[in-house]
Structure formats: C-alpha cells, structure tokens
Design a protein around this ligand. Structure first.
Ligand code: SF4
Length: 351
C-alpha cells in the first residue's frame, strides 16, 4: 500500500488580487515606488533575499531589483535564453508575464521562420523539444488545465508563476503515472496522493481531479552536478534553487510537483518528481513568511541601503561589482580583487 500523507493546512484555491492599474512609465521626477500593502513574495525574490542574508547581494541591489523592479536589473537574454523562451512559447503558448511580454516581435519572427523552416540551430532544437513536450503529455494521456498563470496565496502573501497544471485522465492512469517514479535510494518511500485529493479549480470554477504541477526547464546543464542549477538524476533535491521552487509551488497549490527538463543542446529530456515531506513544506513556508516580514520591516526602516548599525548592507566583491548596474555611481564599488584568506591545516595527500 502506498503511504498517504495528511494534507497540509491550506486556505483554498489561490485567487489573484484585483488587477492593478497600468503603471505609468517611471520618469526621473517620479521614481518607481514600493507598495507594501499589495506586495507578494515570490520564490525568486526569496532566493535573492537569502543571498542578501548570506552577504552575496547588496541591500540596494536586492531592493531595486525585487521591490522596485528597476529595469536596469532585467536580464539580457543570451541566444540560449532566447531559444528557451521560444521553446516556452511553443510549449505553453505564452511568454513569461514577469517580463510583461506577450509574444513580442522577435518571437513572432521566429515563429514565421519556423513555418518556413529556416530557423537557427538553437531555435530548431527548441522547436523539436516543444514537440517532445507534447509527446510526453500525449504518452501519459495528460490534458493541460492551466498554463502560464500567476497564482496567489492570499493568506501567506506568496505568489508564483505556474508553467503548466496537467490532469491525468482517470484513477488508473494516475496510479500508473505516479507509481512510475523511481529513486536510486531504496530506503526512500514513495507516496501516491489520492487522485481525488489532487484538485485544481480553474477560472470557470470547474474542479479538476488528478492534477500535477509541471515546471518546464530548458537547460544546457543536464547531467551536470557540479554547477548550481544543474540537473543530475538523484541530485536535483541537492540544489537549493530547485528545492525552493518545488517546495513553494507544491505547498501553495497542494499538488504533486514535477520538473520536466529539456536539453538546449540536443533532444534529451529528464523528468523529475519532487516529493517534499509535509513537515519540510511547512518549515519552508514558515521561512518564507518570516522572510516576507523581514523584507517589509527592513524596507520600512530604510535598512536595505543605510543600516543603522553601520555600513552592513553593501557587500562589494570585484566580480559582482563588475556586473552591477550601479557600478558607476556606487561608492562601495570594489575596483581590484581582494585576497581571500584560505587556511591550510593538513597534508592528507600522504594518507
Ligand atoms: S557596485 Fe558593488 S558594492 Fe555597489 S551595489 Fe553594486 S555590487 Fe554592491
């Protein structure tokens, strides 16, 4: 018999708050403002906050990037990232609304080229991988019930962008699919939550059973266990970033969470079921709640840029400063690399 996990407390399906009026473009006279009463913490801001706490990100960088959405901190897409967005658009029919883009011109151009068959190799691979995504869905008889949707946990004030919520056709298909996940550690017990309890309520109020969250990744780091963000079988939960996303989304929606990872170099695909323990999920959501409160208090006190106890919110580092959009004006900018102290205390190469 599979183990049944008790359901974690949850305040019902997430609903979006009322839409905000369109923001005026920021001018020099009117810098972007932060409205704490209507602010939700995302898992990516939580990750940045952890970096700030570990002194790996300056307070001002955190604040401008995450609270004020300063456009100087928007990532510049590499070719691989552009191909990834093209994959995302083909697979889910949307472009990440975080950037406020809805099929911008360059993707339309890529789509036209795809029809004509003169895509660059990177985009050609993305197109093949989007086809593979549909093959996976079809293979398991899955149906998409939601895609590219920002969901809000109003009680915890946490938001998250869900790539895909898919539904398994029936209880039998559910058992076959959920029972298929395997692990390399025979000591770990796999759980199969009941089909009827994995519910997603769509925008029309229709209740879907047998639902799972699928987060799509388009990555050049398959089988790479050595770098942050890499994807290696049996090691995915070791990566803090992968863990945080899986914990956040599975706790918010109380649904099983999967990563479906498509290689950007070839047509390889990896599929991971992330199974957090309930107490781990609860601890994680508690940590997010504490981070949310700390962020709001720190911002209110102005302590992201000017700490009362001294200058403890700038953590210059030659390599970080090189890439920082504030480099030209920041008085803490580190112009030459500092030597780091590395202790040598053993000669175990003789053992
Ligand atoms: S220039 Fe360096 S010290 Fe200044 S905010 Fe950027 S990363 Fe921090």
């Amino acid at each position: 018999m599979p183990d049944m996990q008790p359901e974690i407390p949850w305040d019902g399906p997430a609903e979006a708050p009322p839409p905000e009026p369109p923001a005026e473009p920021p001018t020099q006279e009117e810098p972007p403002t932060f409205d704490p009463s209507n602010w939700y913490l995302s898992q990516s801001t939580f990750k940045d906050y952890l970096m700030f706490r570990k002194r790996e990100m300056c307070g001002e960088v955190f604040r401008l990037k995450n609270l004020l959405k300063d456009p100087r901190f928007e990532r510049q897409d590499t070719e691989e990232m552009k191909a990834g967005r093209y994959f995302e658009m083909l697979a889910t029919g949307y472009v990440n609304p975080k950037e406020g883009e809805v099929q911008p011109e360059r993707y339309k151009v890529a789509t036209e080229r795809a029809k004509k068959g003169d895509l660059k190799p990177a985009f050609e691979n993305a197109k093949k991988q989007a086809e593979n995504f549909f093959k996976v869905l079809e293979g398991y008889g899955m149906e998409i019930v939601c895609r590219g949707k920002m969901v809000y946990d109003k009680r915890r004030r946490i938001r998250g962008l869900i790539d895909v919520i898919a539904k398994l056709p029936n209880e039998e298909g559910w058992g076959l699919f959920m029972g298929r996940a395997y692990n390399f550690d025979g000591m770990k017990v796999m759980t199969i939550p009941p089909y009827e309890s994995c519910i997603y309520v769509d925008d029309d109020g229709v209740e879907h059973h047998g639902c799972i969250i699928i987060d799509l990744k388009y990555s050049g780091l398959l089988h790479n266990r050595w770098v942050e963000g890499g994807w290696e079988s049996g090691m995915v939960a070791e990566d803090a970033s992968h863990r945080i996303q899986a914990l956040t989304y599975s706790a918010m929606l109380n649904l099983p969470f999967f990563y479906l990872v498509f290689s950007s170099k070839n047509t390889e695909v990896l599929f991971f079921r992330m199974e957090p323990r309930n107490d781990t999920k609860n601890l994680h959501m508690k940590a997010m709640g504490e981070a949310l409160n700390m962020i709001l208090v720190t911002e209110e006190l102005g302590d992201f840029t000017d700490h009362r106890d001294g200058n403890l919110v700038y953590f210059p580092s030659y390599n970080r400063c090189l890439e920082c959009p504030l480099a030209e004006t920041c008085k803490h900018y580190e112009r030459i690399p500092k030597p780091q102290l590395e202790y040598i205390d053993r000669i175990d190469y003789l053992d």
